[in-house]
Ligand binder design. Structure first.
Ligand code: PLP
Length: 378
């Protein structure tokens, strides 16, 4: 029996979503660029999917561009903002705990002459709008701050940062990586006030390989994210991945339909997991994340890679941090300056609509067993 507690890494695809994908693959497989009816139907399907995503983000359909994943959305958002501001300045503000999909393009931009300020979080894992204000300069052209940290579940003050930039009359564009926040933290493009918002499908029940980027009215750069045949209204070329788009739209529709119940279910699970897991000797909480679906803990002194491996053999899927690290030390926990013992044993548990209390009980039992049968390394 599998106890899947790694929904921040990726999520299972519900049957209704898989059915929507299958139907497009086998019945509505036309190229949206083709002139005959099947092509026009495929085009109409793409626009219906865009409408669903735009409704979920509270934006206009023209402001939403489909991409292949959250990573592409982040990369493109940073490139677009840097391009727009290239004559105004070369300073970027971000946080030290962004996903690598933001940090790596920042490093590329540094090599191209940009200066990047990486805001450090406190031990709670959070970064404040005051820190952004302290780093803001005349030549700041972009602030990139994630909405929910993928390892700690900390919710960052994106809305407050947008207001601050406005109050200070800054020309800087605001990008938020909302890959972990979309349909987990209620927001709209307007309530966040960000100019660029990245989302990804596979974190909420869509297949892997589809994402999107909200591009607000302050982004005027006419530079396509991908140059080519002019799809996505000239903003991102490439034949539309119609089946994935249909899956993304269906997954979003399902999540929106049950949003209030799902969010309640997730936060109840997180609270249950907190009390159940913290009652195990040696388990401590890491950071003070408030997102309903992510909980970061540490089995102090017990190397997390061993715990994840051991639990994995018992069918319990959790993570030692972000799935992208594959055993490498996480820059997030490093930036938080956690004590060595805590950092060594960091574990991320993340929930989805399908998660039950039994999954958490199985995790607690397995952690207790691991603790009693193994020796700490630190
Ligand atoms: N940003 C955050 C915060 C994430 O958690 C992830 C995936 O783990 C990404 C970006 C990358 O998204 P994708 O896997 O769709 O490329």
């Amino acid at each position: 029996m599998i106890h899947y507690l790694d929904h921040a890494a990726t999520t299972p695809v519900p049957k209704a979503v898989a059915d929507a994908v299958y139907e497009v693959l086998t019945q509505q497989y036309g190229n949206p660029g083709s002139q005959y009816p099947m092509g026009r139907e495929a085009h109409a399907l793409v626009e219906r999917c865009r409408g669903e995503l735009a409704a979920a983000l509270g934006c206009r359909a023209e402001e939403f561009v489909f991409t292949s994943c959250g990573t592409e959305s982040d990369n493109c958002a940073l490139r677009l903002a840097a391009w727009q501001g290239r004559h105004a300045g070369r300073h970027i503000i971000t946080t030290a705990v962004e996903h690598n999909a933001v940090l790596e393009p920042c490093r590329q931009l540094e090599q191209e002459g940009y200066e990047v300020t990486y805001l450090k979080p406190g031990r709670d894992g959070c970064v404040t709008a005051e820190q952004v204000e302290g780093a803001l300069r005349e030549d700041t052209v972009l602030v990139s701050m994630m909405l929910v940290n993928n390892e700690t579940g900390c919710v960052f003050p994106v809305g407050e940062t947008a207001k601050l930039l406005k109050r200070r009359g800054s020309k800087a564009l605001l990008h938020t990586d909302a890959v972990q926040g979309f349909l987990k933290i209620p927001f709209t493009a307007a309530s966040l006030g960000a100019d660029l918002i990245s989302v990804s499908g596979h974190k909420l029940g869509a297949p892997k390989g589809v994402g999107g980027l909200y591009i607000g009215p302050r982004v005027r750069a006419q530079r396509p994210l991908l140059a080519g045949g002019g799809q996505e209204n000239g903003r991102r070329s490439g034949t539309e991945a119609t089946a994935q788009l249909a899956g993304f739209a269906k997954a979003v529709e399902l999540r929106r339909e049950h949003l209030a119940d799902t969010l309640l279910h997730l936060s109840e699970l997180r609270d249950y997991a907190l009390s159940r897991l913290l009652s195990i000797e040696g388990v401590v909480r890491v950071g003070e994340g408030t997102a309903p679906h992510i909980l970061s803990i540490s089995l102090e002194g017990y190397p997390s890679a061993n715990v994840v491996e051991d639990l994995g053999k018992q069918g319990i899927c959790i993570s030692a941090g972000s799935a992208c690290h594959r055993g490498r030390a996480s820059h997030v926990y490093e930036a938080m300056d956690l004590p060595k013992k805590v950092r060594a044993g960091v574990l991320r548990v993340s929930f989805g609509p399908e998660t039950t209390r039994e999954d958490i009980d199985a995790l607690a039992l397995a952690l207790e067993r691991h603790r009693s049968e193994r020796f700490p390394m630190l």
